[in-house]
Design a binder for this molecule. Structure first.
Ligand SMILES: [Zn+2]
Length: 85
């Protein structure tokens, strides 16, 4: 097998084993929501989204979508427990 073919096979294997092989440190994406676009970012295990729900709860459908896409490569978002007045 030539080296190009073996690289392709290895890359495919790494991609299939992404939950064990890949650890995301940071990224920023634009997610096209139903009503608006949202900027979702992740830095050193901390999530952020510019939507209102995230501001209130520390998690939102946009962050959850990215968690679903990235699987075990990212840390789960921490739900903010609201202070009882
Ligand atoms: Zn959001």
């Amino acid at each position: 097998m030539d080296s190009a073919a073996s690289r392709i096979l290895k890359a495919r294997q790494y991609a299939m084993e992404r939950d064990q092989r890949v650890r995301v440190h940071s990224f920023e994406v634009e997610l096209h929501g139903e009503n608006a676009n949202h900027k979702v970012s992740y830095e050193d295990s901390t999530w952020h989204c510019d939507c209102e729900e995230f501001g209130l709860r520390g998690v939102c459908s946009h962050v959850m979508a990215m968690e679903e896409i990235l699987g075990e490569s990212v840390e789960p978002a921490q739900l903010v427990v609201p202070l009882v007045p």
